[in-house]
Design a protein around this ligand. Structure first.
Ligand SMILES: NC(=O)c1ccc[n+]([C@@H]2O[C@H](COP(=O)([O-])OP(=O)(O)OC[C@H]3O[C@@H](n4cnc5c(N)ncnc54)[C@H](OP(=O)(O)O)[C@@H]3O)[C@@H](O)[C@H]2O)c1
Length: 323
């Protein structure tokens, strides 16, 4: 098998591709031939050693994949060789093969290609968890999505639209804003040059109901101030690199709420609830309520360059690594 290895924490250019014998699944495990590995922001944080969970090198990065089961170990009854599956595996998906617990894989619906399936779970489960479980978006509400051309951003637009909300997108380039509008956003703001608070208020009749914030930095304060009465600000991540301080007087005003969204830790601690949530997402994809975009495909050996592109905001939508 081939796999990408992080031999020391640091910039993604330090990643290496190594060959090793194909692994054999043990009891309760399956061997998956990886068709595609989803690229996510957290992968770059693991490689840099700056994520809240620090994994000592050497390790193979990559938190999700889709592929075909090529062998099963003893005592596996859930799946058989040839099944198309996806999995959120935490680490180890940047590889040609992965050994996984049989209970950690989920069947990929027939309508979904494996590349799209590989890039779906983390972004869509985060967006679905945020909008349905945490801020409980209602039909007719207005949702402002920051980082709208990224993975969580595009998924949030799709989920908000599927729940009957209207969406204002904020992103840094015309191409990302066009992607967001193609996904269903009714208006778009260039938050690099425009007044985010003023434009969001103008576009929403005085204040938005929900903000989806995977970016942080100065945009968090501006979008908190763009919230109308009983508005909710969902804190999802800090792609900007700066964790903002929140002025609590702005939370008090208009009875606003700031809501934490830690889908990753919640999913690990609540596997049954996570399975239910993923099933809801896949059902909505299968029946056409959700529309995940086809990811850009790059070779596995370009893992370092892809993570560099992600860190420098050059990626649009989702990207997968293909072994
Ligand atoms: N809480 C959770 O459970 C959870 C789950 C998944 C992801 N996350 C977090 O959510 C954030 C976004 O994840 P994602 O998968 O959507 O990432 P992504 O696809 O790379 O998108 C992130 C977006 O952030 C914006 N951005 C602003 N400053 C940036 C910078 N300095 N470097 C990179 N991007 C920057 C970019 O949009 P513009 O260029 O338009 O500004 C980019 O499109 C990450 O912090 C991730 O760790 C959290």
């Amino acid at each position: 098998m081939r796999r990408v290895v992080c031999t020391e924490w640091g910039p993604p250019e330090g990643l290496q591709v190594q060959e090793s014998p194909d692994p054999t699944p043990g009891a309760g495990q399956v061997l998956v031939e990886v068709a595609a590995a989803g690229v996510n922001f957290v992968d770059a944080l693991f490689v840099a050693g700056t994520y809240q969970i620090k994994v000592p090198p050497p390790f193979t990065p990559g938190s999700e994949l889709a592929g075909v089961i090529s062998a099963v170990g003893p005592d596996v009854e859930e799946v058989v060789v040839g099944d198309r599956v996806l999995s959120s595996i935490g680490l180890g998906s940047y590889a040609s093969h992965a050994v996984l617990p049989a209970r950690s894989v989920t069947a990929v619906p027939d309508a979904l290609d494996l590349a799209t399936a590989a890039a779906l779970a983390q972004s869509y489960c985060t967006a679905w968890f945020a909008l349905t479980r945490r801020v409980q978006v209602q039909p007719g509400e207005t949702v402002l999505v920051l980082g709208a051309g990224g993975g969580v951003g595009l998924a949030s637009i799709d989920v908000a639209k599927a729940r009957g909300a209207r969406v204002i997108a904020a992103a840094s380039t015309a191409a990302k804003r066009a992607d967001a509008q193609a996904m269903g956003a009714e208006a778009a703001i260039d938050y690099g040059t425009e007044d985010l608070k003023g434009r969001a208020r103008d576009l929403s009749d005085g204040g938005v109901d929900v903000v989806i914030d995977p970016v942080g930095g100065p945009h968090t304060d501006a979008s908190l101030r763009a919230l109308g009465p009983f508005g909710r600000l969902a804190i999802i991540g800090f792609a900007d690199g700066t964790i903002p301080a929140v002025p609590t007087n702005q939370v008090l005003l208009k009875n606003r709420s700031v809501v934490g969204v830690d889908w990753g830790a919640w999913a690990m601690a609540n596997p049954v609830d996570q399975a239910e949530l993923l099933a809801e997402v896949l059902e909505a994809v299968a029946d056409g309520r959700l529309h995940p975009v086809e990811p850009t495909q790059r070779p596995l050996a370009e893992a370092g360059a892809v993570l560099r592109d992600l860190l420098e905001r050059r990626l649009r939508g989702k990207t997968v690594l293909v072994p």
